[in-house]
Design a protein. Structure first.
Ligand code: ADP
Length: 688
């Protein structure tokens, strides 16, 4: 724009003709401008159009009416004193320029509060005296944006801090639970040795208590570990093919004894149409159902717990499996149902505080199901019972229907499995166990002692390498978590230094971590197989029988002298009882001591059980009757009383089929025989 154009005052619009040039310019300025007297009156001598608009006024008259035409009237009453003091201070301290800058609120004509910034300048004008002339602008939006920005910045910072804290918490939980697992496994392992080596019933009882408490601690720690994994987004669903039958059998065998202990009947209802093999994360599916079943048993005092699995829908490649766990327990109040899936929430604590648990089981189930595209749901009636259920879509690997399945089938499998897992010895085998914790070495050595293998130990990766280069090993157990050189590093070194030997030596990873995905990680790293600590005897046997050379494994049954030794520890009278097979009993119980304990417990419980069965008949409590004869069936089998066990089984089947006549006809003779067994046992054991 040309200089002349701007200052061509001759072209002023006609309506401004009565204004001075300077007034007109001030009037035309796009920003707010006003002049007021620098005395007590603070009278506003001039305000331009933009200034009036800032106050929501169209004319100077409106502005005067709103503010009383004074500077005091322009400023929000709450801000005025501060603004005045600030202006005076700035002017006094800046004699040369006599400038001030303040920010304050105003009240517009429409009642809205706005923020202004105000550049003022003190001046002494010849014709009017002392004045301030002031440039103002409405900075409300800038302030708002700034405030918003500041708020966002703070929120972001708070979020970052919270995330950081959460990460720290998750990693603390995960590390702690991992670290806690290691000593617990050592305690449980040592305890296992005590159980094997002690004959003293009191010590066996203490040791049993340690086992129970240790296992429940281990469960809690595993829950915390899972939970922190979920929080950290590290929990993965690892899919593979699995057998529905195996899941059901495992669940039954895991849970049945707990139900039995509480006098609850455990019902398994399986849809015969379920496909035999599915694809999914078997470990996690089992974990969820186990959790629901364990809860059902924990929170039920009498009655039954039912696992019901059906095929809800079948598409070409997938099956929708409906899983339901029903109980007749304490139930959940309607208003508490919403808290069920919140971490660390326990409900109805007046009734549940004595029951083991930390309130993580259901949140974990819910999260895992969420990852599988499903959702855990619940129906419950307080004091009547609860039903937890979910639908799971799984790919079908083998569409062949699972067929009719009863609890008996599943139990038979358990019994078969236990006889399958009889001990063996392998005196020609030489193995190496590597673990940096001497106690862990001792535990595993202790567990393996009965196999009579030659056992070498090493407490570091370096020592392992050394021994591996000297001796031929049939098998190596290698701890994963070791200082300096961990399991995987050691494995790599073994391979590099002795590739040929490495090729022929099975190396089993030992870890305290039972997290899903660990197995794949270990196998991926080159381990032959994987065992979690605390080492479970049957898994250990499975590994040994799988990887030791067949010709070195001698089943213990063939070792006549061993067996005779064991049997020689038993009172001779037992062998005179025609209904008892002590040899079979010892096989079931593990050793002579445990067998004697089992016999004593069996004999001791007879009177109570007889009374219980009679009460059941009087009260027509068929469910309890079934549970009781079922328990007798199992315990009789365990002590080697197969004939009597079969009689109990016949009664169990009759009661399941509700054949009351058979029950009433056969029970008296059964009880009489039961009593006779007790008399026999008491006599035989009196000398023990
Ligand atoms: P925990 O059992 O370890 O306390 P869960 O997350 O599995 O933790 O369960 C949370 C709470 O929900 C329990 O403390 C209990 O109050 C309630 N609950 C769970 N299952 C049942 C059930 N079958 N019947 C009644 N209450 C239940």
């Amino acid at each position: 724009m040309e200089h002349n154009e701007l200052w061509n005052l001759d072209e002023l619009p006609a309506e401004q003709a009565n204004m001075s040039t300077m007034e007109w310019i001030a009037e035309q300025m796009p920003g707010g401008f006003f002049i007021y007297r620098a005395d007590d009156s603070q009278e506003v001598l001039f305000i331009n159009r933009a200034g009036c608009h800032i106050f929501g006024c169209d004319t100077v008259e409106e502005f005067r009416k709103l503010t009383g035409n004074t500077f005091r009237g322009m400023v929000h009453p709450e801000d005025f004193d501060k603004v005045k003091a600030s202006i005076e201070k700035q002017i006094a301290s800046d004699e040369e320029n006599q400038l001030d800058y303040v920010i304050y609120r105003i009240l517009r004509k429409d009642g809205e509060i706005r923020w202004l910034d105000d550049y003022g300048h003190f001046a002494n004008l010849a014709d009017v005296g002392d004045v301030f002339y002031v440039f103002i602008s409405d900075i409300t939006d800038t302030c708002r944006i700034q405030k918003e920005r500041e708020r966002n910045r703070r929120l972001k910072q708070a979020l970052e801090e919270a995330e950081q804290a959460n990460k720290a918490k998750t990693s603390f939980l995960s590390n702690m639970s991992h670290e806690i697992r290691t000593p617990i496994t050592a305690i449980l392992g040592m305890n296992e040795i005590i159980r094997r080596e002690s004959d003293d019933p009191a010590i066996l009882q203490y040791s049993e208590n340690i086992r129970r408490a240790g296992n429940s601690l281990l469960r809690i720690v595993s829950d915390i570990l899972d939970f922190s994994k979920i929080e950290a987004g590290k929990l993965e669903i690892v899919e593979g093919e699995y057998s529905m039958f195996d899941i059901i059998a495992d669940l039954y065998n895991m849970i049945q004894f707990r139900a039995e202990e509480k006098g609850l009947s455990l019902q398994i209802e399986v849809d015969p149409a379920l496909p035999r093999r599915l694809v999914g994360d078997m470990m996690r599916v089992k974990q969820i159902i186990t959790n629901l079943l364990t809860n059902a048993i924990k929170y039920t005092e009498r009655g039954s717990v039912t696992l019901h699995i059906t095929l809800a829908d079948r598409k070409e490649e997938t099956a929708s499996v409906y899983v339901e766990v029903r109980d007749t327990g304490i139930g959940i109040k309607e208003e508490e149902i919403c808290k069920l899936f919140e971490a660390f929430e326990r409900l109805d604590t007046r009734r549940t505080h004595t029951i083991e648990g930390v309130g993580l089981g259901l949140p974990i189930c819910q999260q895992i199901l969420g990852m599988m595209g499903s959702k855990l749901q619940v129906d419950s009636v307080y004091n009547v019972g609860s039903t937890f259920y979910f639908y799971l879509d799984q790919e079908v690997a083998d569409a062949e229907p699972i067929g009719q399945l009863s609890a008996d089938d599943v139990v038979t499998i358990r019994e078969d499995r236990s006889s399958e897992s009889l001990s063996f010895i392998a005196p020609d085998s030489r193995i190496l166990i590597v673990d940096d914790t001497p106690m862990n070495l001792q535990v595993i050595e202790g567990l393996l002692k009965p196999t009579k293998m030659q056992i070498d130990t090493a407490t570091s990766g370096a020592e392992c390498l050394e021994k591996f280069s000297v001796y031929p090993y049939d098998l190596i157990f290698l701890d994963y978590r070791m200082p300096h050189m961990d399991g995987i590093e050691t494995l790599e070194e073994l391979k590099e230094k002795n590739p040929e030997k490495f090729e022929h030596t099975p190396i089993i990873s030992l870890t305290a971590s039972a997290v899903t995905g660990e197995r794949e990680r270990m196998l991926g790293a080159g381990f032959t197989d994987y065992l979690t600590k605390p080492v479970n005897m049957s898994e250990m046997r499975e590994v040994l029988t799988k990887y030791l050379p067949d010709e070195e494994i001698i089943p213990i049954k063939e070792e006549a002298s061993e067996e005779e030794d064991v049997l020689a520890e038993l009172p001779g009278e037992l062998f005179a009882l025609d209904w008892l097979d002590p040899k079979e009993g010892v096989e079931y119980c593990g050793d002579a001591t445990m067998y004697l304990c089992a016999l004593e417990m069996f004999a001791k419980s007879v009177d109570d059980k007889i009374t219980l069965i009679r009460d059941c008949l009087t009260n027509k409590d068929i469910k309890l009757f079934t549970v009781t004869v079922h328990a007798i069936k199992s315990t009789a089998l365990t002590i080697g009383a197969a004939g009597f066990s079969a009689e109990a089984r016949a009664l169990e089947l009759a009661s399941k089929a509700e054949e009351y006549e058979v029950i009433h006809k056969d029970t008296p003779a059964f009880l009489e025989e039961y009593h006779a067994l007790k008399v026999d046992l008491d006599r035989a054991l009196a000398g023990a």
